[in-house]
Design a protein around this ligand. Structure first.
Ligand SMILES: [Zn+2]
Length: 268
């Protein structure tokens, strides 16, 4: 992978919530530990290259959906990006790691973008099983319908296995959490950051081998953890968990905004 001296990789924390360990880890009783509260953050991610090209990775949740589901929210891309000097209307590429409601809200804020999503993810969420309660709980029907509209308009790029979005920005389909969950590896001057999105909500999933509670395929989820662990063992490679407040300890804050984490500056 090629490094780019000026590439920025940012995590924008747009929401948060307090939940419990028993709600977060699959069959938590297996571990014989007392339940406890655990903080969960909500992020979207921004890759900005030296030439100004911006690749969005997910778009957060829509405010109305967040309110209905009782999540705290602070911003949306349309408000957050201009503060970073980015015009959402000019963004050409949005990667959708998976179609859960907290990752594909606000897609309409990117009217010029091609949307990159795995074919497995698109096929699943536009198919009949996605309407069953255990899956439907994690999606917004209007947002899934928008994916179909975008597909008809020729604005979806449906990928399988691997895809290069930009030099040094690679998508890898891992499944597990959802049928076509993607991770994103991003070359930075110091090495590689891995935007795991919800292949890894909390670092503990990989570091203590504890699957997250919401999933499509448990063997697939374990295999995704194995891949992430192998990546993390490579030199100068850092995992960015999708919902872990520890991201803000493992990477430096952006000097201009404490809600933004600079993923090109790992702290350890
Ligand atoms: Zn999520």
């Amino acid at each position: 992978m090629t490094g780019d001296r000026a590439r920025e990789v940012l995590a924008v924390r747009f929401g948060d919530r307090v939940t419990t360990r028993a709600e977060s880890f699959l069959n938590y009783h297996l571990y014989g530990e007392p339940d406890a509260e655990i903080g969960i953050d909500y992020y979207f991610w921004v890759i900005r290259d030296a030439d100004g090209t911006v690749t969005m990775v997910d778009t957060g949740f829509a405010p109305a959906a967040g309110d209905r589901r009782r999540r705290n929210w602070h911003t949306t891309p349309a408000d957050a990006l201009p503060k970073l000097g980015i015009d959402p209307g000019a963004v050409k590429t949005v990667v959708v790691t998976h179609a859960h409601w907290d990752h594909i809200g606000n897609l309409h804020q990117f009217p010029q973008a091609q949307i990159v999503i795995s074919r497995a993810e698109y096929d699943f969420w536009t198919g009949p099983i996605a309407r069953r309660a255990q899956f439907a709980a994690h999606a917004e029907p209007g947002e899934l319908a928008l994916l179909e509209t975008l597909h008809r308009a020729g604005r979806l790029i449906l990928i399988t296995d691997q895809h290069t979005v930009a030099p040094g920005v690679e998508l890898v389909e891992v499944g597990g959490h959802t049928p076509g969950e993607l991770i994103v590896t991003v070359a930075i001057p110091a090495g590689t950051v891995v935007l795991a999105s919800d292949a890894l909500h909390f670092y503990e999933e990989v570091e203590r081998d504890r699957p997250f509670a919401i999933l499509a395929d448990l063997p697939g989820m374990y295999q995704a953890y194995d891949l992430l662990a192998a990546l993390a063992a490579e030199p100068d490679t850092w995992l960015v968990a999708g919902h872990d407040p520890a991201v803000r300890d493992r990477f430096a804050p952006h000097p201009a905004d404490p809600a933004v984490t600079d993923l090109t500056r790992p702290t350890g």
